[in-house]
Design a protein around this ligand. Structure first.
Ligand SMILES: Cc1cc2nc3c(=O)[nH]c(=O)nc-3n(C[C@H](O)[C@H](O)[C@H](O)COP(=O)(O)O)c2cc1C
Length: 222
């Protein structure tokens, strides 16, 4: 069933992974703009295209980093986070965390070390550049579906040109800071950040790959 084009999509989907250790080299802005334009071809309900991006330069990203660290202490996302993860979702979440901690040598249950690894989110994993994705409050919650499709396209397009990425809901906890510091309008809800750059190939954080459920676990034939 493989066609050359399907093969290309499959190889990008299989190769993409979240990067949690970046080199300092910035991605040329024209490249990022092209990736955003490709992602902007995403379908959306009524073709509303309810995504807004704020792209930070290397300098702006470096200025934001210490402020994020500070803001992380008082989480205040625009869109509520899940109250809890239960059942299979809890298991998958734990397994992914376990893989990350194993990779970086954090013992399971060591709260201090795991919190330290979590805080790396607010250093943007040393990424040189950052995108903030937001959506009109008035179009929630369905606009999140459209934003998700946009995000998926962006991540695959980035993979195609060797740009490493990680979407970060953690950054949405710093919404008040992001609105204030980046002049993001209050009628937009911050969905997530996407740190980007080039992967540090030798970093243990980048050495593991997450699993996926089998088709039978989520595809039903009623
Ligand atoms: C919307 C969204 C938000 C995410 N937020 C975070 C985050 O805050 N911190 C983090 O380390 N990873 C975050 N991730 C990355 C996921 O943990 C990752 O996609 C998942 O474990 C699968 O791994 P993979 O991306 O390497 O395939 C996020 C992913 C998505 C799609």
């Amino acid at each position: 069933m493989m066609s050359e084009r399907l093969d290309t999509v499959a190889s990008l989907a299989n190769a993409r992974h979240s990067c949690r250790a970046f080199l300092p080299d910035p991605v040329p802005e024209p490249v990022i703009r092209e990736l955003i334009a490709i992602a902007g071809r995403a379908p959306s309900w009524c073709n509303c295209q309810p995504w807004t991006l704020h792209l930070l330069s290397l300098q702006q990203t470096n200025e934001l980093r210490p402020l994020l660290r500070e803001a992380a202490a008082t989480p205040a996302p625009d869109i509520p986070f899940p109250a809890e993860y239960t059942g299979v979702y809890r298991e998958r979440r734990r397994e992914t965390a376990r893989q990350l901690y194993d990779a970086v040598g954090v013992e399971w249950g060591n709260r201090q070390e795991s919190a330290r690894q979590s805080l790396r989110n607010f250093d943007l994993f040393d990424a040189p550049q950052l995108l903030i994705l937001s959506t009109p409050k008035s179009l929630l919650p369905y606009s999140l579906v459209d934003c998700g499709i946009f995000l998926g396209g962006f991540l695959l397009a980035a993979e195609a040109v060797g740009v490493a990425t990680i979407p970060q809901a953690a950054l949405a906890t710093c919404a008040p800071l992001l609105h204030r510091h980046l002049d993001i309008a209050e009628d937009l809800s911050i969905v997530c950040g996407v740190s980007l750059g080039y992967a540090r190939p030798d970093a243990p954080e980048n050495a593991f790959r997450t699993d996926r459920a089998e088709l039978k676990d989520f595809l039903h034939r009623p």
